[in-house]
Design a protein around this ligand. Sequence first.
Ligand code: T46
Length: 192
Amino acid sequence: MPFYPTSIPDLYVFEPRVFEDERGYFFESYSEKAFRDIGLDITFVQDNQSYSKHGVIRGLHYQLNPHAQSKLIRAINGAIRDVVVDIRTGSATYGQTFSIDLTADNKKQLFVPAGFAHGFCVLSETATVMYKCDAFWNKEAEGGIRFDDPALNIDWGLPFDELVLNQKDFDLPLLADCQNNFVYEAKAKAVV
Ligand SMILES: Cc1cn([C@H]2C[C@H](O)[C@@H](COP(=O)(O)OP(=O)(O)O[C@H]3O[C@H](C)C(=O)[C@H](O)[C@H]3O)O2)c(=O)[nH]c1=O
């Protein structure tokens, strides 16, 4: 399963090898061995799935330590603009964002380590998003950042008037005011 580094350390894009034939297609959507083979020692413990309509933004969310989550994210129907923000204190890319369109067609996945805020916007009519987490949900540890924080200047891929958020996400703080106990630790680069 090919891995691609991104502009932010420890953040990787996966493009699984797809086997197509006259019946359709097959691909390994996750392999612990593939992660281990490149030096990512991750044990996912919870799978999440959400379905959202066009223009919905879920995020930007994270869980504080000791409940911080690494995630492996993909769209199994439709298309999303997936966005992460590096909020690891001491990281050379602190406050930097990375976005990628994950779609059922391109089958791309994004591996997001702990220490990032994560969110996505639904670009298609609807989208079903499935993501693996290496720590359980812990409501008390939840934190978040406003989707329209001017310091982040995120392009969600749709005009502002098409965006749909719940009140909880509208009320999230700016990056400058958010709770944060993530500290950057240099990791061995994955052998991609
Ligand atoms: C995250 C989560 C939520 N819930 C319950 C709590 C609520 O009653 C309901 C909806 O939760 P919420 O509105 O927080 O769901 P999202 O807005 O999709 O939250 C997610 O949004 C972005 C994209 C993320 O990366 C996070 O995984 C997560 O924060 O599911 C659970 O039972 N388990 C869970 O792991």
